[in-house]
Design a protein around this ligand. Structure first.
Ligand SMILES: NC(=O)c1ccc[n+]([C@@H]2O[C@H](COP(=O)([O-])OP(=O)(O)OC[C@H]3O[C@@H](n4cnc5c(N)ncnc54)[C@H](O)[C@@H]3O)[C@@H](O)[C@H]2O)c1
Length: 240
């Protein structure tokens, strides 16, 4: 039976690489994104785009209801959608703070609530991978505090759900990348970007396909024995 994976932020830089990885691994992939044009350009066998605003709990619930009706369940969820708003503390507008937490954390939380219900009764070890950020742990880089906090919250959710659902065979992990070349690079100036890339030990940014390979590994049978981990991918930048 074909396994069903849901990938959020599917039309973004990392999202497209994750979708490609999971399609190559034989999954039917349902991609959520707010970018309807981006999704419509992603036609591929086994891919289905759904326009979903992940800042709306109701929209998320509706999307999983549709998946339940069409596919009957979910085997894997990748909470990848996210962004990084760059206002500096303490002058962060309330609306920006709310949107940062809503997209990066609350959206993933609501997707987990809905997906876990649809994972019940499915074969094998079901998987959730939350895309965190090295920014939650490296305080030398440029990331603002509401971005860091949204990702730290996500990683605590990872650990809670990993513990809560271990005996139900639902494995939950976070992947926390550092500088990865996607459209998100546009949130910082060229100067800040060049400095951050220069700090990467290999002298280059990571590629989305390199991160997607780790997500594919966690979702593959080899990943069955890992749960509750935050896996930091940064070429060894922060090893002390
Ligand atoms: N690129 C990096 O260096 C890097 C580093 C660490 C972590 N990350 C994380 O990786 C994830 C993916 O980021 P990316 O680099 O691919 O960025 P991206 O901007 O290319 O992709 C983000 C995607 O999320 C979608 N999105 C935004 N708001 C949405 C909403 N309300 N509802 C539904 N979809 C929405 C966008 O349309 C876009 O397709 C994010 O969680 C980000 O925090 C990225």
């Amino acid at each position: 039976m074909t396994k069903i994976a849901v990938v959020t932020g599917a039309a973004g830089g990392m999202g497209r690489a994750i979708v490609a990885r999971l399609l190559a691994d034989g999954f039917h992939v349902v991609g959520f994104d707010i970018d309807a044009d981006g999704l419509s350009g992603m036609e591929a066998d086994g891919f289905e785009g759904m326009v979903v605003d992940l800042t709306s709990a109701e929209a998320i619930a509706d999307a999983f209801e549709q998946i339940k009706a069409t596919h009957g369940g979910v085997d894997a969820l990748v909470n990848n959608a996210g962004t990084c708003f760059m206002s500096e503390f303490p002058d962060i507008p309330e609306a920006e703070f709310e949107k940062q937490m809503s997209l990066n954390f609350s959206g993933a939380f609501h997707c987990c609530q809905a997906a876990i219900k649809l994972m019940q009764g499915r074969d094998g070890v079901r998987k959730i991978v939350n895309i965190s950020s090295n920014g939650a742990y490296n305080f030398d880089a440029f990331d603002p505090p509401h971005y860091r906090a949204s990702k730290a919250a996500l990683d605590t959710l990872t650990k809670d759900l990993a513990r809560r659902y271990a005996t139900d065979k639902i494995a939950v992990n976070s992947i926390a990348p550092a500088m990865t070349e996607t459209p998100l690079f546009g949130v910082v100036s060229e100067e800040v970007l060049a400095k951050a890339i220069a700090q990467m030990p290999h002298g280059r940014a990571m590629q989305p396909s390199e991160i997607a390979a780790w997500i594919g590994f966690l979702i593959s049978p080899a990943g069955d024995v890992s749960s509750g981990n935050v896996i930091i991918l940064n070429q060894g930048r922060d090893v002390r």
